[in-house]
Design a binder for this molecule. Sequence first.
Ligand code: ZN
Length: 441
Amino acid sequence: MEFLEASETASPEEHRAHQESRLRELIRHAYGTVPYYRDVMDERGLKPTDIGSIEDLSKLPVLTKDDVRRAGDRLVSHSFNPKELRTAWTSATSESPLPVRWDRSVALMNHASYMRMRRWAGVPFGRPYATMQGTPVVPISQSKPPFWRHNPLWNQVLFSAISLSDESLPHYVRKIRECKAEMLETYPSCAYVMARFLEAKGEYLPLTCVITTGEPLFPNERAVMEERFQAPVFDAYGQAERVIFSSECEKHDGHHIFPEYGITEFLDGDGNDVPAGEFGLMIGTSLHNLAMPFIRYACGDIASRSDKICSCGRTLPMLGGLTRRAGDILVTPDGRMVPPIMVTWIVKFLEGVTNWQVVQESPEELLVLVVRDEPVRESELEGIRGYVSRRLGPEVRVRVELVPEIPRVGRGKSRHVLSRVPLVWGVPNRSSEPARLGGAP
Ligand SMILES: [Zn+2]
């Protein structure tokens, strides 16, 4: 945390020197202990000393999700005790998620990066805050509070992100007031549902800030949140692969990229750098995960770099635009509103999927469209049904259909989660209002 604080005003040359010194260490380590990279470099006649600068990185191929799938354990360093590593799953963009192994160093860097962002947002470590993210805090069968658990070490209260309903929300609001939370850290969809609830009741829940991550943040939804929480919203971006981290500062003029976290490149389809201001594939190299090095990893999101220097005075580089897949909020038969990111994970039960979409026409039924050559196996269906049952409820029927392609909605954007069920309080779901997406890149 001290390093990140000091580094915010370092010169671009100092950022580069730090990145390249970590990069050289990473390459030496990958060549020496990661079978996949030993092969990749040997095939190209490369020695670790051939990759000493950011420009030298282009001697190595881009690492795709397919490469990661094929490489399997050959991407994991044999210098670690597997029992000491944590396992996470890649985000479900277009294909089925893959396991990612993290070591202690990357876990620390990720925490420190979050803490930097919270400090920018005015809530430094130690101040009380509320989190509502992927952790299934309480079972959905639970209809009475508490929908939360305390983490006293961090002065944090963890709330369930899948139990938000007109009946449960008053308890959420009461608890957030009671624990004097200064910050709410959650998915945009959850903060939006809470803000709409407050609006319907004519109430406000003043905080110091709201931090959103994991899904796109729409400008009109940000406005509703800022009004009801009487606080600025800070948007952040990261991924399980831990290659790129970015976040807004108090100027809210785009995301700062954290150069201490990883090296970020923006490439066109042929692998060439795209100039500032133009959209390209975001390619990230983690400078901290030695357990499973991701070098030049195509994380699946599209963004542009900006030459702009932020008026906050920090020297950290800026993102121009950033696109993330949009999704609607799912509504369950018992009236809960579930963030789309929760159901995108069902695709981890399906192998070799090229595209997919979850469609909700009514709260009682979920249709999963899958583009794949092979038919869906009974074991996969069971996995999906079990997952949906635990998140949306046992009464929800699931149908899986193979389709040749996924239909696009409005402005050619693809959507992984499409719901035609309106939220309560007379609020239509997102895709029913195409104009809402106007501000998204
Ligand atoms: Zn700034």
